[in-house]
Design a protein around this ligand. Sequence first.
Ligand code: ZN
Length: 143
Amino acid sequence: MAFFDKVSRKISDFADDTSDKVKEFGKTNKLKTSISEEERKLEVAYIEIGKDYFEKNQNQEETAYVAAFAQIRESKAKILEMQAELDKIKEDTKDKISKRREDAQKAEEEPVSSPVGLPCPSCGFRSALNSRFCSECGKPLSA
Ligand SMILES: [Zn+2]
């Protein structure tokens, strides 16, 4: 049965292909992740070297990294400026809050005059809010 032999070989080949592909995918994924990890470590190491180099050579007139040095100085200056701005905003907010608290405390200490209602229709006197009768002439007040 040459035909069936051929077919079954093809199916098993396909299965092998698939499992090879799966294995390959697993291995390559693992390797790619490992490569990324090592690349990150490299970057950290490079940054460390770069920082160290800048610290040691920042006052030198001649350097192979003129543009990079200029960029570092510019960015550092900008960061300082923005940091100062941040500090100022924080300080202003603190001032505002403490002033508001002081005002609130003062308002609490000040004697509050009790609210008054509408003037009496008869004599015009303003009795305390929600009074049922005028405290001046005694006439009933409409609510
Ligand atoms: Zn009245």
